[in-house]
Design a protein around this ligand. Structure first.
Ligand SMILES: [Zn+2]
Length: 146
């Protein structure tokens, strides 16, 4: 379950529209533990500067991680926008999500701006069980907006 309050949701949306039509990205920060409510969204530059893929800028990611650490929090997931497609992981996303660098506990949240209203969905990706073609190993989780 991904629990997001309105302020966090609005900051995700603001970043998604700010860099539109490129994909926006950033990280979700929460208290340590399973399914803790998200405390904040930290925008991170998309090093790929693309409307089709995203790469978290390594320096920006490290800064966000350090800030979380300083506050006794941790990075628990990543958010990126899809500007022209639905809020489901693309094959590229699945490949990224199953690299050893990504903790399997991470929320993999996607906001789609492809239609008239934004849509937020979140997924858990299980490495080793993933099949890029069938998207097996990708489980959608409930998103709770408060
Ligand atoms: Zn994507």
């Amino acid at each position: 379950m991904l629990a997001v309050d309105r302020r966090t949701w609005l900051s995700i949306l603001a970043e998604a529209w700010r860099v539109y039509p490129e994909e926006a990205c950033g990280v979700l920060v929460a208290r340590p533990g399973i399914d803790q409510p998200i405390v904040r969204f930290e925008p991170v530059a998309n090093a790929a500067a693309s409307s089709r893929v995203f790469t978290l800028d390594p320096k920006g990611f490290m800064k966000a991680e350090r800030r979380a650490d300083d506050d006794g929090l941790e990075v628990v997931g990543v958010v990126h926008s899809h500007t022209h497609t639905a809020a489901y992981p693309s094959p590229t996303d699945v490949a990224e999500a199953t690299t050893p660098l990504v903790p399997p506990t991470w929320h993999w949240a996607i906001v789609s701006l492809a239609w008239g209203f934004p849509e937020l969905r979140s997924f858990r990706v299980t490495p080793g069980e993933g099949d890029v073609d069938t998207l097996a190993g990708i489980a959608e989780e409930r998103v709770v907006l408060s």
